[in-house]
Structure formats: C-alpha cells, structure tokens
Write a protein that binds this ligand. Structure first.
Ligand SMILES: [Zn+2]
Length: 156
C-alpha cells in the first residue's frame, strides 16, 4: 500500500516541510519544549523498515544520520534521541530529537510524564530562547541543501 486516506502522514497538511526528495521528506516538529526536533517521513505509506527494500533503507538511514550530524554540529545538544515508533501512526517515520539536560523530561523520553519541578520549565524557556538562532540556522541549511549539507564553519 502506498497511500492510506485515514493516515495523517499521507496527507501531510500539518507538516512544516523543510526538504524532500521522491522517497522521503524532512519536516519540522513544532513542539515548543524541544527545539530542533525534526521528523523524517517516508513518502509512501508503509509501516515497518522491512516493508522497504535494502537500498531504500540505506537511503532513509543515511538521511537520518546526516541530519543527526547537522543537529549535533549546529545545536550542540547533550544527546540526540532517535525513535521510530509508529504505534499511533503506522506510517514509517523517524523522530530526531535533540535533548539537553535541562529540558522538561530529561533524562526520560520526551513522551514520558513530567516528573520534575515546574520551575525547571521556566529555566528551560530561557535556554530555549537562547537556542532559537541555532535552530533557525539548522532549518535554513536543511531547506537549502538537504540532509547532505556541508556545514559552514562560521559560528552558530
Ligand atoms: Zn500514511
């Protein structure tokens, strides 16, 4: 199956597209507590990595790792979380989530219940604001050059 009318990732109106080719697209995930959060979505409606052939798997994972490299170089997070779940939306996609020790859920997964002092969220808002120019730079580079972008050596 390559399209499912009930699947939100097949009808990507809510996506903020940064870059795409004929097999995958890179979209921003505007989840305010998590700056630089991106998603790589396979264009066709398939559920699992083994629903696509080996060359397509290489293409997808190359893009994921190239984007991880850009996130690390530009955002300098404490950790990157890569996740392919698809339990709620069984359309192949990868989450690429930069993480910082001060973010609201660290060290838990971002989907975990919050278990920290709410004051931490206030401190994180300031840190997030400071990261905004780097996030904009990441988005600009991806939109202009795609996952294989060379990263210019000039500051953040
Ligand atoms: Zn779909």
């Amino acid at each position: 199956m390559s399209f499912s009318p009930d699947c939100p990732l097949c009808i990507p109106d809510h996506d903020i597209l940064l870059w795409q080719d004929d097999r995958l697209r890179v979209v921003r995930v505007d989840d305010p507590p998590y700056p630089g959060y991106l998603r790589v979505v396979w264009q066709r409606h398939v559920a699992e990595m083994t629903d696509i052939d080996a060359l397509d798997r290489l293409h997808l994972m190359r893009a994921v790792f190239q984007i991880e490299r850009l996130q690390r170089a530009i955002l300098r997070p404490d950790k990157i979380n890569l996740a392919s779940l698809g339990n709620q939306v069984p359309h192949l996609h990868w989450h690429l989530i930069p993480r910082w020790r001060g973010d609201p859920c660290f060290p838990d997964a971002i989907w975990a219940p919050l278990r920290h002092d709410p004051a931490r969220a206030g401190a994180w808002a300031d840190a997030r604001a400071a990261l905004a120019p780097r996030v904009e730079r990441l988005h600009r580079i991806l939109a202009a050059h795609g996952p294989a972008a060379d990263i210019p050596d000039t500051g953040a």
